[in-house]
Ligand binder design. Structure first.
Ligand SMILES: [Zn+2]
Ligand SMILES: [Zn+2]
Ligand SMILES: [Zn+2]
Length: 123
């Protein structure tokens, strides 16, 4: 009877779909924020996919939860912890990717929606 030592799990990539040979030497990098407050540990391949925002495209393309940005149509994996930082939920329903959300806020500000800010500079 031999049970696997728990240490064996430590050096594995957090991505369950990772196809990298876990026996080969690789450096591990931090990925997205876990609910525990720790960061996911990713192998070099997965970490660079995450850094460039392609992680969900590469590993979750057949998963459920994909939606399109209302402004630019970019695919966003809304049902996924990996992408929680890359989209915002719109008041009227639907989602915006982060770059469109930023643009839309600036446009709304110029359109006078934040007029009260100018009238109440100390607010
Ligand atoms: Zn990996
Ligand atoms: Zn995803
Ligand atoms: Zn967009």
């Amino acid at each position: 009877m031999s049970s696997l030592p728990p240490m064996m799990k430590m050096k594995m990539c957090f991505n369950p779909s990772c196809e990298r040979d876990t026996k080969s030497e690789t450096t591990y990098r931090k990925g997205w924020r876990l609910r525990t407050g720790d960061s996911a540990q990713l192998c070099e391949t997965c970490a660079s996919a995450y850094d460039s925002g392609r992680f969900c495209d590469m590993f979750h393309s057949s998963a459920a939860g994909w939606r399109n940005c209302e402004s630019c149509g970019k695919r966003l994996h809304c049902g996924c912890i990996v992408s929680t930082q890359s989209f915002v939920l719109l008041d009227a329903g639907g989602v915006d990717c982060m770059s469109c959300a930023r643009k839309n806020v600036m446009m709304a500000a110029r359109g006078g929606e934040f007029d009260w800010l100018r009238k109440n500079p100390k607010a």
